[in-house]
Write a protein that binds this ligand. Structure first.
Ligand code: SAM
Length: 239
């Protein structure tokens, strides 16, 4: 796993070595506009507070998906440290929403809400829906959205349950970001279920494709399976 990850970074070590023109343009945009706007600085200030927090909460263990301990009590500090995407990755998503004028985003895996907050700042029209299974973590995320005054549809529920609700509505998405339940079969199942609500020129992004052998296999199958579909698919950690 580590070897695959290193191989990818060896192959794509500078922005000029990223193959896809589409990805290149977004990475270039991140480098050209790497300063953080005031709204993004506020999100990073919240991240720092979370990283310093002494609070602990009861959490439901969803299995594959968290690098922290599997105990039912977790510190906010550890969740912020291990489960939340780093600033550069959040910035990349923000620029994607900004440069592609994306209007509707769905995130699987809210955690404390940092990524969703970045996505919501991408452009003034973007509507973000994000799903978190753990009620206490979901509450923390929704509190963060209120504190930041960002309008985000933060849903609490298992991914499959909320996907069923979304499938019943007429809502479709320009971007779907899968960042939770990092296991092969669930990842493939979520992908298949989500395709009907992904717009034809929509973008699918997966996090942690090098999490496990199973995730690597899922990524290979997804790339094969989606060749017939017009969506753009990306992952953090490889192309
Ligand atoms: C890696 S974290 C998400 C990080 C977040 N996107 C960010 O970068 O700020 C994954 C989250 O997904 C949630 N999760 C995992 N499996 C789930 C499932 N089957 N249904 C609902 N939530 C789940 C976990 O509770 C965890 O908070």
């Amino acid at each position: 796993m580590v070897l695959d990850f290193l191989k990818y970074y060896w192959r794509a070590k500078t922005v000029h070595q990223v193959h896809s023109e589409f990805v290149f343009n977004i990475v270039q945009d991140v480098f050209d506009n790497s300063s953080f706007s005031q709204s993004l600085k506020l999100i990073e200030e919240k991240r720092i507070k979370l990283l310093k927090s002494n609070e602990t909460i009861e959490v439901v263990d969803f299995g594959a998906g968290s690098k922290g301990s599997s105990s039912s009590k977790k510190s906010i500090r550890n969740i912020a440290k291990y489960a939340v995407s780093p600033p550069f990755q959040c910035l990349w998503l923000y620029h994607l929403v900004r440069s592609q004028k994306i209007n509707r985003v769905l995130e699987l895996g809210t955690s404390l809400g940092i990524t969703a907050a970045y996505l919501a700042q991408g452009n003034p029209h973007v509507h973000v829906t994000t799903i978190e299974g753990d009620p206490n973590i979901s509450k923390k995320a929704n509190d963060l959205f209120d504190e930041l005054h960002v309008k985000i549809d933060g849903r609490c529920g298992q991914f499959n349950e909320v996907i069923s609700d979304l499938l019943k509505s007429s809502n479709t998405f320009d971007l779907i970001y899968i960042d939770g339940h990092h296991a092969k079969i669930p990842t493939l199942e979520y992908t298949e279920r989500l395709l009907p609500i992904l717009n034809s020129d929509g973008i699918l992004i997966y996090d942690d494709i090098y999490w496990s052998e199973g995730m690597k296999e899922a990524w290979v199958e997804i790339k094969k399976g989606l060749q017939i579909h017009s969506s753009w698919i990306f992952s953090f950690g490889g192309l």
